[in-house]
Ligand binder design. Structure first.
Ligand code: RET
Length: 133
């Protein structure tokens, strides 16, 4: 599989506002969150991932093994519970977050020194690009 290890800095963030609205995140949090340029710190050992989304405002921590469904609590985001499963689609990481929200999940892939992330919730898609530090 692909190698996602490293520190990645955000370069663009399209429709994060729409994604956060679809998650029901409150106005005050959205105003702060959309100004952020988070950093992703990814540690990958085979199929095991530790993904930290770091920002001056709040951090989000995710740990998972590809192919193993787990209970995700989206602490500090919308604070919901999901049954989450990440799988490989060739070198792309595809995540489905089953829960209260329809069509919730994300896709990660790498092109050159760029990391792409597409976040979906309901009818909203947020497209983020990160560059390797
Ligand atoms: C921040 C700031 C506070 C508000 C929101 C945030 C969103 C974080 C997201 C993280 C996604 C992580 C993924 C990890 C994959 O392994 C930046 C913490 C809403 C959307 C997809």
């Amino acid at each position: 599989p692909a190698d996602y290890n490293g520190t990645w800095n955000m370069v663009s963030n399209d429709n994060f506002e729409g994604y956060m609205q679809a998650l029901g995140i409150d106005f005050a949090t959205r105003k702060i969150a959309k100004m952020l340029k988070p950093q992703k710190v990814i540690e990958q050992k085979g199929d095991f991932f530790h993904v930290q989304t770091l920002s001056s405002f709040r951090n989000y921590n995710a740990e998972f093994t590809v192919g193993v469904e787990f209970n995700e609590e989206t602490k500090g985001l919308d604070n919901r519970k999901c049954k989450t499963l990440v799988t490989w689609d060739n070198d792309r990481l595809v995540c489905v977050q089953k829960g209260e929200k329809n069509n919730r999940g994300w896709i990660h892939w790498i092109e050159g020194d760029q990391l792409f992330l597409e976040l979906s919730c309901e009818d909203q898609v947020c497209k983020q690009v990160y560059k390797k530090a």
